[in-house]
Design a protein around this ligand. Structure first.
Ligand SMILES: [Zn+2]
Length: 542
């Protein structure tokens, strides 16, 4: 508690020291999420940025922000950015989880689906904000003044939906072949959508050899990973739609839509402030497919830099005051084979015995029960006891499962749902949270597993060498730490490596437009961006 007070004091002093330049009340609030843009990637590549990410660094820079919770995946992460709440409150505990009460045969649910739509399943989803339990900033702006417009564009449906919320005026995301919108959002598609879809189709129809930027030469080294090789740029073959997602063209297309909507909807020129959320997703696909430390990621991040520059130029052209916040839904790290080369000998892939299906078979044999006994999406995180396990055996099977997990050298800790239910929500500086605190911040008693399994650091939960070689999702800081940058033209910039959280973004932005947010409804707190004249947090209801 003491260090929390010190943190508050430092923030106030910093804001006061910032200068006398006041922040203008924005007419457009823009939130940009760069999927898997870890604090480590920001630190590594920031000297190379020449465009938008360079300009944002002249603003307010928190290089070590936090996605505080344990389940560092895309859906939970995006659900924190504009709700002010940890996944325990947003209800978005993972990208996918199990709901054994569902009527349908498929008991796995996708975070951004509506399972009540007939025919919807975890693989054939109907995109929706159904599972998001709280309002977003856009929802709150619209409730305060229905003339506010909420626009969300992303490479992933879950990014667009979790940042946009329940009452979006426009929402566009990539579905694998084109940018599409949600069912039920009755709007004629703006002209920019057809233009971008046509341009993407034309680009995918051709072979494309990416050009290695000069600044990325030192990153270009081939590394063998299973039967593959990563680290150097490769040609994208005509017709390879999945490869489009790891190409520079993907974020470029998403950015084109965002810019087109800023222009054509005249964002910022209505009677009330507007909200624009932008999810740049390609960085995540690059990280998963080829890892984070090769020429591919270097080229990708220089592409993000350029796209952010284009977004800022489009905002400048409105001549309306705006504020931009840029962050990430989670961090990430490199593939274990290259981490090993770079000095962490423990980096490894998960042992197949930890796959939920294998753990389940083992328990089925031990207790003479029909398989599955356990259900889980991934070796770590939420593990569910099957409903078919009889009542009189449930406690014993769960205890056996816990002890099997704990006996495995790749497992750091196992928490039961009961243990987490009894804990109070974590408080205090997020960089001092225990492992249990991190899991508690992801825990929803209605949705979470019966067991929550934590890996040891640098255990990649991918057994072999499929289309994904690297990932995130762990409770460790390389997956939790993300940059948080605030920018307005002329803003008095400063930089502090303070453990602010992505849940602090909502109250910070809301204060700038004098939108009251009852403290009890959120987990974050307002960061004073301007202590000179403005004291931007003064309206905060505490
Ligand atoms: Zn992600």
């Amino acid at each position: 508690m003491k260090s929390r007070l010190i943190l508050a004091a430092i923030l106030t002093v910093l804001a006061a020291a910032a200068t006398a330049q006041s922040i203008s009340q924005p007419r457009i609030i823009v939130a940009i999420s760069v999927d898997q843009f870890s604090a480590d990637l920001f630190a590594e590549y920031r000297p190379l940025f020449r465009a938008g990410l360079k300009r944002l660094q002249s603003g307010i820079v928190f290089p070590d922000g936090y996605q505080s919770h344990a389940a560092t995946e895309t859906c939970p992460g995006h659900s924190t950015i504009l709700t002010g709440s940890h996944p325990a409150r947003t209800g978005i505990i993972a990208n996918e989880w199990y709901d054994q009460s569902l009527e349908r045969a498929d008991k796995k649910v996708y975070c951004a689906e509506d399972p009540t739509v007939p025919g919807s399943s975890s693989t054939n989803t109907t995109a929706s904000a159904y599972f998001l339990k709280v309002p977003t900033l856009g929802d709150r702006m619209k409730a305060a003044d229905p003339r506010s417009r909420v626009v969300s564009v992303a490479g992933k449906d879950r990014a667009a939906i979790m940042m946009g919320g329940h009452a979006m005026d426009q929402v566009w995301f990539w579905n694998g072949k084109s940018y599409v919108t949600l069912r039920g959002v009755a709007t004629p598609a703006p002209a920019i959508i057809a233009q971008v879809n046509a341009a993407v189709a034309a680009s995918v129809a051709k072979d494309e050899m990416p050009v290695l930027p000069e600044a990325c030469r030192s990153h270009s080294h081939a590394v063998a990973v299973g039967d593959k090789s990563v680290g150097v740029l490769r040609e994208r073959k005509a017709g390879d739609w999945p490869a489009f997602r790891t190409s520079l063209a993907f974020d470029h297309a998403t950015t084109d839509i965002a810019i087109g909507l800023i222009r054509d909807l005249h964002l910022g020129q209505g009677a009330a402030p507007d909200m624009l959320a932008i999810g740049l997703s390609a960085t995540d696909y690059v990280g998963h497919t080829v890892g984070t430390e090769g020429a591919e990621m270097c080229a990708q991040l220089l592409g993000v830099d350029e796209n952010v520059g284009r977004i800022l130029a489009a905002l400048d052209a409105t001549h309306e005051p705006y504020i931009v916040v840029l962050t990430a839904d989670h961090g990430g790290h490199d593939l274990p084979e290259r981490i090993k080369v770079h000095g962490v000998p423990d980096a490894t892939r998960v042992d197949a015995s930890l796959l939920p299906a294998n753990m389940s078979k083992r328990l089925a044999a031990e207790f003479n029960l029909p398989d599955p006994v356990l259900l889980g999406v991934s070796p770590f995180g939420d593990i569910y006891l099957a409903r078919t396990v009889p009542e009189n055996l449930r406690a014993r099977v769960l205890a056996a499962a816990k002890s099997h997990y704990l006996a495995q050298p790749q497992v750091a800790a196992v928490f039961t749902a009961d243990e987490l239910r009894r804990m109070s929500a974590p408080a205090g500086p997020v960089d001092e949270w225990s492992l249990a605190d991190r899991f508690r911040a992801s825990f929803d008693p209605e949705r979470s597993g019966d067991l929550l399994v934590a890996s040891k650091p640098y255990v990649t939960p991918i057994v072999g060498f499929g289309s994904y070689l690297a990932t995130h999702g762990s409770p460790w800081n390389y997956d939790r730490r993300v940059p948080i940058l605030f920018y307005q033209p002329g803003i008095a910039g400063f930089e502090q490596a303070l453990p602010v959280e992505t849940v602090d973004i909502l109250p910070t932005l809301a204060a700038l437009i004098h939108l009251p947010i009852p403290t009890a409804e959120i987990d974050g707190r307002c960061i004073d961006l301007d202590g000179g004249e403005g004291h931007t947090c003064q309206d905060e209801r505490r």
